[in-house]
Ligand binder design. Structure first.
Ligand code: ATP
Length: 219
């Protein structure tokens, strides 16, 4: 569903931060993206989320060559991808329920059509009791789960999560991992960027490993 062939990325006139990166994310697959700080994980996630374009090489998303995608097609393609950012990006003036519902609301859906889905998803991530709370009073782990629910509400085919267990204690990290595995079992491809070797060791999954912008794959 996502394919990279010899992709390079540089910001402005800087040196390349990704070099000759080639890989494929198959449907229904589960993988970790790892590597030292500054190796390029977030940059790779931004490319996969189509918020950056490669500066060289070939990249396709859902069968479309990204260099030929016109800007009007982008929102529909992005809705097929859920993303959990490192800094959550929740809106403080909206309740947890409204934050999670936002991706549906922007497509013009009425609350009556999505209310049950949002409540069910909030319960699934363990936030049923927090749906009327505003983000500033949520704990780090609750914010994390709200961001995950918001990424999942459109039922994306691909979930990208950047350090989703970076701000939570080990029991909650294990719980989030079980949630991602369950999501994958239901058919979504999952890419988890993480430094956490203990987390990766809990699952026998493919590892995409970045070193200084170059990718190695450990099956
Ligand atoms: N917007 C930007 N403009 C210029 N350089 C950038 C930008 N974003 C990232 N970089 C550079 O690109 C390189 C890769 O950064 P990136 O954030 O992708 O790494 P990372 O592996 O996600 O790091 P971390 O694990 O610390 O989050 C770094 O050298 C960083 O300084």
């Amino acid at each position: 569903m996502i394919r990279f062939e010899n992709v390079g990325l540089r910001y402005g006139m800087g040196t390349e931060v990704l070099k000759d990166v080639s890989f494929h994310i198959p449907p229904r697959s589960f993988q970790f993206l790892t590597g030292p700080s500054g190796a390029g994980k977030t940059s790779l996630i931004r490319l996969m989320f189509l918020s950056l374009k490669p500066t060289r090489g070939f990249m396709s998303a859902f069968g479309k060559d990204v260099s030929r995608i016109n800007p009007a097609e982008l929102p529909a393609l992005r809705r097929r991808i859920g993303v959990v950012f490192q800094d959550f990006r929740l809106l403080d003036h909206l309740t947890t329920f409204d934050n999670v519902a936002l991706p549906l609301r922007v497509t013009g859906k009425e609350e009556a059509d999505y209310r049950t889905d949002v409540v069910e998803l909030l319960r699934w991530v363990g936030l049923g009791h927090r749906m009327h709370a505003y983000p500033p009073i949520l704990s780090g782990g609750e914010k994390q789960r709200a961001a995950i629910a918001r990424a999942l509400i459109t039922q994306p085919e691909l979930l990208l999560a950047d350090e989703p267990t970076g701000n939570v204690d080990p029991p909650l990290a294990r719980r989030l991992l079980r949630l991602f595995l369950e999501l994958n079992r239901l058919g979504t491809s999952v890419v988890i960027a993480t430094h956490d070797i203990g987390l990766m060791d809990q699952v026998d999954a493919r590892r995409l490993i970045l070193f200084d912008g170059r990718l190695e794959i450990s099956e």
